[in-house]
Write a protein that binds this ligand. Sequence first.
Ligand code: FE2
Length: 165
Amino acid sequence: MAKEKTLDDLFLDTLKDIYYAERKILKALPKMARAAQSEELKAAFLQHKEETEGQIERLQQVFEVLGKRAQGKTCPAIEGIIEEGEEIMEEFKGMPALDAGLISAAQAVEHYEITRYGTLKRWAEVLGLKEAVQLLDETLQEESKTDESLTALADASANEMAKAA
Ligand SMILES: [Fe+2]
């Protein structure tokens, strides 16, 4: 009979999922910054790249809390989301709607991360992993702020620019 799988197994699997996703995002962000038309959006992507480096370190600390080796597990969801962002880069290159599209792609990434970190934080609470709760919550707050600032950038200029003929 197969070994019973419990919340510990789910927690570790999901941690590997987001670890894989963060490292993919780290690679995608400089490309998105290069593609962005407005200086503000370029700067926002580069700032989030730096934050992402810190988030990866926090995940490594969570693996340490568990006494496990930091290891990723292929996450088809993030690959799909990033692929859609690349499509926007190609199909809207040089177009007024490019930045609005890049913001929408980045927000899809943020929302994926928010759902993962939200779940992991709750599970860490249930499992009594206090230090992990703290680390996961810090990143969760950061991702939410990033999402909000992307909304602000869209409202401030990108959406209007996208509309203009
Ligand atoms: Fe992240």
